[in-house]
Write a protein that binds this ligand. Structure first.
Ligand SMILES: [Zn+2]
Length: 281
């Protein structure tokens, strides 16, 4: 599943390639993904110019010159490919939406499992839109701080890992980055939210920012070929400390993997959690 760094990487590619271009034609190869495509989509966005590309949570926002916003969510398996005029386009079975832009640039949304979605709304309606109104702050923004996290976790019995993956608390912290950030902060994923102290909350905020920031940097620096931008994981999977490393020793840890069996895997809310029970308390 594309997580925040991958979505940010896709945004960077789109920003570079389609900002300032006009949408000439919209092709939809089916009526819906997880939800129907917007009504009269071609009529509403045809001829409009993309003035900026932003990200909110895991939505890619194409902001148009009449203040409409096209929001694209990649779901579980969505990928965006940008094809330039001199590149051949070989249609794939799950290419569900194609935006033909000026200069022959083509933006293709592929989504085999169709958990993704495409929304259209006016900029002024974004904050009250059902997809956005309950979202917590951006993990890399100023609002997300130690005191903010400590305060919002107060009184909650849910495990801290589940809490930081709750989009109403903070957006964009998916399973991989939750595991990595908790390891870095030295906090057990099983710890109750209400037991997180201010210093712990501060460490956790710093770790989330650090882990996501490094992943975005890794994605961005390997983005030389924008034709291949997509939502797939790939650039930084080799730098995980605990994720998907069951029974291996954790890095820079003085725990004895022979005795402690190294990194442990448990299941929380149906998702695998990887952590070092020695280092994370
Ligand atoms: Zn360890």
């Amino acid at each position: 599943m594309p997580e925040l760094p991958e979505v940010e990487t896709v945004c960077a590619g789109l920003r570079e390639q389609v900002t300032g271009l006009e949408i000439v034609q919209v092709t939809l190869n089916r009526p819906d993904l997880r939800v129907p495509f917007p009504d009269d989509f071609q009529k509403h966005i045809g001829g409009r110019k993309v003035v900026s590309v932003r990200r909110r949570a895991k939505y890619i926002l194409l902001c148009l010159d009449d203040r409409q916003i096209i929001a694209i969510h990649l779901g579980m398996s969505g990928r965006i490919t940008i094809i330039r005029a001199d590149d051949p386009y070989v249609p794939q079975a799950h290419d569900h939406m194609i935006l033909d832009m000026t200069n022959g640039v083509r933006v293709v949304l592929y989504d085999a499992r169709r958990f993704g979605m495409v929304l259209l709304f006016h900029e002024d309606d974004m904050d009250s839109h059902p997809a956005f109104r309950n979202l917590g702050p951006e993990p890399l923004g100023n609002e997300f701080s130690g005191p903010f996290l400590k305060n919002i976790l107060k009184g909650r019995a849910t495990p801290v890992k589940q809490a930081i993956m709750d989009q109403r608390i903070v957006v964009g912290v998916g399973n991989i980055y939750a595991c990595e950030a908790l390891f870095m902060a030295g906090i057990s994923p099983k710890k109750k939210s209400k037991d997180i102290t201010l210093p712990m909350a501060q460490r956790l905020v710093d770790s989330i920012r650090d882990v996501l920031g490094r992943a975005i940097e890794a994605g961005g620096s390997s983005l030389r070929d924008y034709r291949r931008i997509n939502g797939e994981l790939g650039y930084f999977q080799h730098s995980f400390s605990v994720y998907d490393r069951e029974n291996q020793p954790c890095p820079n840890c003085d725990c004895d993997a022979e005795n402690t069996k190294g990194i442990r895997r448990i299941v929380q809310s149906g998702r695998s959690t990887f952590y070092c029970p020695v280092k994370q308390k």
